[in-house]
Design a protein around this ligand. Structure first.
Ligand code: F6P
Length: 329
């Protein structure tokens, strides 16, 4: 018989658990099913296009960004165990006045990642990360190292809708079965290949990448890396990550002239994906350090991101760590 996401969570739950955590996760799955229903009908209703606002990141908000954010805020806000919600779309955390014994969790999310791709019917996703509340002040409660994540996951709205999840005991994938409205276990103990054949970055920015990134990418192109590589870049992080998880290889979003600190967000993009990558046997760095060990200073902080199979990330590190003159020799 099938195993649903909810059943899987209950099976993983330790004896005597309050059930708050599985109830909290059901808020996330409900919201993502609402989002997926809207996405599926996007071309048919007046839901495509810009909402006319610029979000805290300075990006144009799409109507679906707004809807996805509202769905998550609504479904999670009703869960008693939630203390604070931190969303890409909200400048400040949304805080609930709940005593620490009730409001135990802080959830950080990107409601609709890659949303500039919606109008052209390309995959988008929702990314989330869950922490325990460790401080009274909500903005600080969210500024925890990625290592402190209790769980993380994403939903990829593609040809099928897939939920990938970890609570630190391996990575599991669930596919939404539309006939029963449930996420059903489809990928058990997911492992990233030790080596892949794809590299993934926005090559239009190549000339503005720092030198170690340029030389590393050149080594993949010219055969120096010892295998033929192909490039793949969707421009929708969840989709690029999902391919890297299944097929291996490397994804890079380096610092660029227009985004000197990197473009992707540490809390709700890099951290959850780094947690999943590591749980699947992969690696995730900010170019030098392990993403999960970074100490966030602000909730919308950006970071460079290099993640993927251990073979590719380790060979990237050799370029990053070699002194400049040796790199050029
Ligand atoms: O962070 C938003 C996002 O759309 C990611 O999903 C994606 O990886 C990235 O930006 C694409 O950025 P660019 O268009 O600069 O390559």
């Amino acid at each position: 018989m099938i195993t649903t996401f909810q059943q899987h969570i209950l099976q993983q739950q330790v004896a005597g658990a309050s059930g708050d955590f599985s109830w909290l996760l059901s808020g996330i799955t409900l919201a993502t099913k609402m989002i997926e229903a809207r996405i599926r009908a996007a071309g048919l209703s007046d839901i495509l296009g810009a909402a006319g606002q610029i979000n805290v990141q300075g990006e144009t908000q799409q109507k679906l960004d707004v809807y996805a954010n509202q769905a998550l805020l609504h479904c999670l806000g009703l869960r008693e165990s939630v203390f604070a919600l931190v969303s890409e779309e909200n400048e400040q955390p949304v805080i609930f006045d709940r005593a620490p014994e009730h409001g135990k969790y802080v959830i950080v999310f990107d409601p609709l990642d890659g949303s500039s791709n919606i109008d052209v019917n390309v995959n988008v996703g929702t990314i989330f990360s869950i922490f325990r509340r460790n401080e009274q002040d909500a903005s600080h409660a969210a500024l925890q190292q990625g290592l402190a994540q209790v769980a993380a996951g994403y939903v990829l709205y593609g040809p099928s809708t897939v939920l990938v999840y970890t609570s630190g005991r391996g990575v599991y994938g669930f596919t939404l079965d539309p006939s029963i409205g449930a996420y059903v276990l489809s990928h058990e103990k997911m492992k990233m290949p030790r080596q892949g054949k794809y590299y993934s970055c926005n090559e239009a920015n190549l000339a503005t990448f720092p030198e170690p990134y340029q030389l590393y990418i050149e080594s993949l192109r010219n055969g120096e890396a010892g295998r033929e590589y192909s490039s793949r870049y969707i421009g929708s992080l969840v989709a690029d990550f999902h391919r890297t998880l299944l097929k291996g290889g490397i994804f890079l979003y380096p610092p660029t002239i227009s985004h000197p600190e990197g473009k992707l967000r540490l809390l709700y993009e890099a951290n959850p994906l780094a947690f999943i990558a590591e749980q699947a046997g992969g690696m995730a760095l900010d170019g030098q350090q392990r993403i999960l060990s970074l100490r966030p200073r602000k909730i919308h902080q950006r970071t460079p991101l290099v993640l993927g199979s251990p073979c590719e990330v380790e060979s990237f590190l050799q370029f990053a760590e070699r002194p400049a003159l040796q790199r050029l020799a």
